[in-house]
Design a protein. Structure first.
Lengths: 110, 110
DNA sequence: TTAGGTACTAACTAATTAGTTAGAATAACT
DNA sequence: AGTTATTCTAACTAATTAGTTAGTACCTAA
Protein backbone atom coordinates (compact mmCIF):
# COMPACT_ATOMS: atom_id res chain seq x y z
CA UNK A 1 0.00 0.00 0.00
CA UNK A 2 1.35 3.37 -1.02
CA UNK A 3 1.44 5.89 1.73
CA UNK A 4 1.58 9.05 -0.30
CA UNK A 5 -0.58 9.24 -3.38
CA UNK A 6 -1.46 12.92 -3.33
CA UNK A 7 -0.75 14.61 -6.61
CA UNK A 8 1.21 17.53 -5.33
CA UNK A 9 4.15 16.89 -3.07
CA UNK A 10 6.29 19.44 -1.42
CA UNK A 11 8.92 20.93 -3.69
CA UNK A 12 12.03 20.12 -1.75
CA UNK A 13 15.48 19.57 -3.19
CA UNK A 14 14.39 16.29 -4.79
CA UNK A 15 11.65 17.96 -6.78
CA UNK A 16 12.13 17.05 -10.44
CA UNK A 17 11.15 20.53 -11.57
CA UNK A 18 13.81 21.98 -9.35
CA UNK A 19 16.45 19.55 -10.56
CA UNK A 20 15.65 20.17 -14.19
CA UNK A 21 15.62 23.92 -13.73
CA UNK A 22 19.02 23.80 -12.08
CA UNK A 23 20.34 22.59 -15.42
CA UNK A 24 18.39 24.64 -17.91
CA UNK A 25 17.45 27.91 -16.23
CA UNK A 26 20.34 29.89 -17.66
CA UNK A 27 19.59 32.82 -19.90
CA UNK A 28 20.90 31.07 -23.03
CA UNK A 29 20.76 27.35 -22.30
CA UNK A 30 17.43 26.46 -23.82
CA UNK A 31 17.95 28.74 -26.79
CA UNK A 32 21.11 26.87 -27.65
CA UNK A 33 19.41 23.51 -27.33
CA UNK A 34 16.51 24.76 -29.41
CA UNK A 35 18.78 26.03 -32.16
CA UNK A 36 20.81 22.88 -32.38
CA UNK A 37 17.58 20.91 -32.42
CA UNK A 38 17.72 17.93 -34.73
CA UNK A 39 20.55 19.20 -36.86
CA UNK A 40 24.32 19.20 -36.87
CA UNK A 41 25.56 22.71 -36.62
CA UNK A 42 28.92 24.45 -36.51
CA UNK A 43 29.94 26.87 -33.83
CA UNK A 44 29.86 29.87 -36.12
CA UNK A 45 26.46 29.03 -37.55
CA UNK A 46 25.02 28.51 -34.11
CA UNK A 47 26.31 31.87 -33.02
CA UNK A 48 24.44 33.55 -35.87
CA UNK A 49 21.17 31.95 -34.87
CA UNK A 50 21.24 33.53 -31.40
CA UNK A 51 21.68 37.26 -31.86
CA UNK A 52 23.11 38.97 -28.83
CA UNK A 53 24.94 36.07 -27.28
CA UNK A 54 28.62 36.67 -26.56
CA UNK A 55 31.25 34.15 -27.50
CA UNK A 56 32.05 33.66 -23.87
CA UNK A 57 28.50 32.68 -23.01
CA UNK A 58 28.06 30.50 -26.05
CA UNK A 59 31.18 28.50 -25.40
CA UNK A 60 30.64 28.39 -21.67
CA UNK A 61 27.16 27.00 -22.16
CA UNK A 62 28.26 24.58 -24.87
CA UNK A 63 30.95 23.23 -22.58
CA UNK A 64 28.41 22.90 -19.81
CA UNK A 65 25.98 21.12 -22.10
CA UNK A 66 28.64 18.76 -23.38
CA UNK A 67 29.76 18.00 -19.84
CA UNK A 68 26.19 17.22 -18.86
CA UNK A 69 25.63 15.11 -21.96
CA UNK A 70 22.95 17.23 -23.56
CA UNK A 71 25.18 17.99 -26.51
CA UNK A 72 27.92 16.13 -28.31
CA UNK A 73 30.83 17.81 -29.99
CA UNK A 74 32.94 16.77 -32.91
CA UNK A 75 36.10 18.69 -33.71
CA UNK A 76 37.81 18.22 -37.06
CA UNK A 77 41.60 18.53 -37.04
CA UNK A 78 41.67 21.27 -39.64
CA UNK A 79 42.86 24.79 -39.95
CA UNK A 80 40.88 26.96 -39.68
CA UNK A 81 39.06 24.88 -37.04
CA UNK A 82 35.77 23.18 -37.67
CA UNK A 83 33.60 22.01 -34.80
CA UNK A 84 30.17 20.50 -35.03
CA UNK A 85 27.55 20.23 -32.34
CA UNK A 86 24.58 17.86 -32.12
CA UNK A 87 22.03 17.04 -29.47
CA UNK A 88 22.43 13.73 -27.70
CA UNK A 89 19.43 11.58 -26.90
CA UNK A 90 19.19 13.33 -23.60
CA UNK A 91 19.35 16.72 -25.27
CA UNK A 92 16.60 15.77 -27.67
CA UNK A 93 14.39 15.07 -24.68
CA UNK A 94 14.50 18.73 -23.69
CA UNK A 95 12.73 19.75 -26.88
CA UNK A 96 9.22 19.12 -25.52
CA UNK A 97 9.98 21.51 -22.68
CA UNK A 98 11.08 24.14 -25.14
CA UNK A 99 8.01 23.58 -27.27
CA UNK A 100 5.80 24.28 -24.28
CA UNK A 101 7.71 27.44 -23.51
CA UNK A 102 7.36 28.57 -27.11
CA UNK A 103 3.68 27.73 -27.19
CA UNK A 104 3.07 29.70 -24.02
CA UNK A 105 4.95 32.67 -25.36
CA UNK A 106 3.23 32.64 -28.72
CA UNK A 107 -0.24 32.35 -27.27
CA UNK A 108 0.09 34.65 -24.30
CA UNK A 109 2.87 37.19 -24.64
CA UNK A 110 2.87 40.08 -27.03
CA UNK B 1 3.16 32.80 -50.67
CA UNK B 2 4.95 32.76 -47.35
CA UNK B 3 8.52 33.80 -47.51
CA UNK B 4 9.78 32.10 -44.40
CA UNK B 5 8.50 28.65 -43.68
CA UNK B 6 11.54 27.14 -42.15
CA UNK B 7 10.84 25.55 -38.79
CA UNK B 8 13.64 27.12 -36.83
CA UNK B 9 14.06 30.85 -36.83
CA UNK B 10 16.77 32.80 -35.16
CA UNK B 11 16.29 33.28 -31.45
CA UNK B 12 16.38 37.04 -31.22
CA UNK B 13 14.66 39.15 -28.64
CA UNK B 14 11.25 38.29 -30.07
CA UNK B 15 11.76 34.59 -29.58
CA UNK B 16 8.82 33.23 -27.59
CA UNK B 17 11.07 30.91 -25.61
CA UNK B 18 13.19 33.86 -24.60
CA UNK B 19 10.19 35.95 -23.63
CA UNK B 20 8.67 33.19 -21.57
CA UNK B 21 11.93 32.41 -19.84
CA UNK B 22 12.37 36.05 -18.91
CA UNK B 23 9.26 35.62 -16.77
CA UNK B 24 9.70 32.18 -15.30
CA UNK B 25 13.41 31.47 -15.10
CA UNK B 26 13.78 32.48 -11.46
CA UNK B 27 14.88 29.89 -8.98
CA UNK B 28 11.48 29.73 -7.27
CA UNK B 29 8.97 31.00 -9.80
CA UNK B 30 7.80 27.76 -11.32
CA UNK B 31 7.81 25.97 -8.00
CA UNK B 32 5.40 28.54 -6.63
CA UNK B 33 3.12 28.23 -9.64
CA UNK B 34 3.27 24.46 -9.41
CA UNK B 35 2.39 24.45 -5.74
CA UNK B 36 -0.53 26.81 -6.11
CA UNK B 37 -1.70 24.73 -9.03
CA UNK B 38 -5.46 24.39 -9.17
CA UNK B 39 -6.06 25.17 -5.56
CA UNK B 40 -6.57 28.17 -3.34
CA UNK B 41 -3.79 28.36 -0.85
CA UNK B 42 -2.76 30.64 1.99
CA UNK B 43 0.62 32.26 2.26
CA UNK B 44 1.67 30.17 5.24
CA UNK B 45 0.61 26.92 3.65
CA UNK B 46 2.40 27.74 0.45
CA UNK B 47 5.56 28.47 2.36
CA UNK B 48 5.46 25.01 3.90
CA UNK B 49 5.20 23.34 0.52
CA UNK B 50 8.48 24.84 -0.68
CA UNK B 51 11.14 23.95 1.87
CA UNK B 52 14.09 26.28 1.83
CA UNK B 53 12.45 29.36 0.38
CA UNK B 54 12.87 32.52 2.40
CA UNK B 55 9.97 34.80 3.16
CA UNK B 56 11.62 37.51 1.17
CA UNK B 57 11.80 35.39 -1.96
CA UNK B 58 8.32 33.99 -1.55
CA UNK B 59 6.69 37.38 -1.20
CA UNK B 60 8.88 38.97 -3.82
CA UNK B 61 7.94 36.29 -6.33
CA UNK B 62 4.28 36.36 -5.36
CA UNK B 63 4.18 40.10 -5.90
CA UNK B 64 5.89 39.64 -9.23
CA UNK B 65 3.44 36.94 -10.25
CA UNK B 66 0.45 39.01 -9.18
CA UNK B 67 1.78 42.01 -11.07
CA UNK B 68 2.19 39.89 -14.19
CA UNK B 69 -1.23 38.33 -13.77
CA UNK B 70 -0.14 34.77 -13.23
CA UNK B 71 -1.55 34.75 -9.74
CA UNK B 72 -4.47 36.46 -8.06
CA UNK B 73 -4.48 37.46 -4.44
CA UNK B 74 -7.30 37.84 -1.99
CA UNK B 75 -6.64 39.45 1.36
CA UNK B 76 -9.19 39.16 4.16
CA UNK B 77 -9.42 42.12 6.52
CA UNK B 78 -8.73 40.06 9.60
CA UNK B 79 -6.20 39.93 12.38
CA UNK B 80 -4.08 37.89 12.19
CA UNK B 81 -3.99 38.41 8.43
CA UNK B 82 -5.33 35.86 5.99
CA UNK B 83 -4.32 35.98 2.36
CA UNK B 84 -5.20 33.50 -0.33
CA UNK B 85 -3.51 32.93 -3.63
CA UNK B 86 -4.88 31.29 -6.78
CA UNK B 87 -3.64 30.90 -10.32
CA UNK B 88 -5.29 33.05 -12.94
CA UNK B 89 -6.16 31.65 -16.34
CA UNK B 90 -2.76 32.77 -17.53
CA UNK B 91 -1.07 31.10 -14.59
CA UNK B 92 -2.88 27.86 -15.27
CA UNK B 93 -1.41 27.88 -18.74
CA UNK B 94 2.09 27.53 -17.30
CA UNK B 95 1.26 24.12 -15.86
CA UNK B 96 2.03 22.22 -19.09
CA UNK B 97 5.51 23.73 -19.06
CA UNK B 98 6.02 22.59 -15.49
CA UNK B 99 4.72 19.13 -16.33
CA UNK B 100 7.32 18.79 -19.06
CA UNK B 101 10.05 19.89 -16.70
CA UNK B 102 8.89 17.38 -14.11
CA UNK B 103 8.65 14.63 -16.68
CA UNK B 104 12.15 15.32 -17.90
CA UNK B 105 13.50 15.29 -14.38
CA UNK B 106 11.74 12.12 -13.37
CA UNK B 107 12.80 10.22 -16.45
CA UNK B 108 16.35 11.46 -16.80
CA UNK B 109 17.81 12.83 -13.60
CA UNK B 110 18.72 10.78 -10.59
C1' DT C 1 54.35 40.15 -44.96
C1' DT C 2 50.11 41.01 -44.01
C1' DA C 3 45.40 40.11 -43.54
C1' DG C 4 41.53 36.78 -43.00
C1' DG C 5 39.01 33.00 -41.23
C1' DT C 6 37.50 29.84 -37.19
C1' DA C 7 37.05 28.39 -32.57
C1' DC C 8 38.34 29.37 -28.69
C1' DT C 9 40.72 31.35 -23.66
C1' DA C 10 41.62 34.48 -19.86
C1' DA C 11 41.16 38.33 -16.86
C1' DC C 12 38.33 41.53 -15.29
C1' DT C 13 33.88 44.15 -14.40
C1' DA C 14 29.00 44.75 -14.02
C1' DA C 15 24.50 43.33 -13.24
C1' DT C 16 21.19 40.37 -11.55
C1' DT C 17 19.43 37.34 -8.22
C1' DA C 18 19.13 35.34 -3.79
C1' DG C 19 19.96 35.12 1.28
C1' DT C 20 20.14 37.15 6.14
C1' DT C 21 18.56 39.57 9.88
C1' DA C 22 15.56 42.32 12.28
C1' DG C 23 11.18 44.06 12.94
C1' DA C 24 6.15 45.99 12.25
C1' DA C 25 0.99 45.59 12.63
C1' DT C 26 -2.92 44.16 15.50
C1' DA C 27 -6.32 41.41 17.82
C1' DA C 28 -7.10 37.49 20.84
C1' DC C 29 -5.80 34.77 24.52
C1' DT C 30 -3.38 33.93 29.17
C1' DA D 1 1.25 43.08 30.66
C1' DG D 2 3.08 39.71 27.83
C1' DT D 3 2.92 36.02 24.36
C1' DT D 4 1.15 34.17 19.96
C1' DA D 5 -0.29 34.13 15.24
C1' DT D 6 0.08 35.66 10.35
C1' DT D 7 1.61 38.38 6.48
C1' DC D 8 4.73 41.25 5.01
C1' DT D 9 8.79 45.23 4.86
C1' DA D 10 13.34 47.13 4.82
C1' DA D 11 18.22 47.34 4.88
C1' DC D 12 22.06 45.06 3.96
C1' DT D 13 25.25 41.29 2.24
C1' DA D 14 26.62 37.44 -0.53
C1' DA D 15 26.55 34.64 -4.42
C1' DT D 16 25.61 33.69 -9.00
C1' DT D 17 25.39 34.87 -13.66
C1' DA D 18 26.43 37.59 -17.61
C1' DG D 19 29.08 41.07 -20.30
C1' DT D 20 33.50 43.30 -21.99
C1' DT D 21 37.84 43.46 -23.87
C1' DA D 22 41.86 41.66 -25.55
C1' DG D 23 44.31 38.10 -27.38
C1' DT D 24 45.89 33.04 -29.17
C1' DA D 25 46.67 29.38 -32.79
C1' DC D 26 47.42 28.01 -37.41
C1' DC D 27 46.95 27.71 -42.32
C1' DT D 28 45.72 29.99 -46.74
C1' DA D 29 45.46 33.50 -49.99
C1' DA D 30 46.59 38.21 -51.62
Amino acid sequence: MEKNLKKINTSDENCPVRKTMSLVSGKWTLLILFQINDRTIRYGELKKTIPGISEKMLIQQLNFLVKNEFVSKKAYPEIPPKVEYTLTNLGLKTLPIIEQLAKFGLENLK
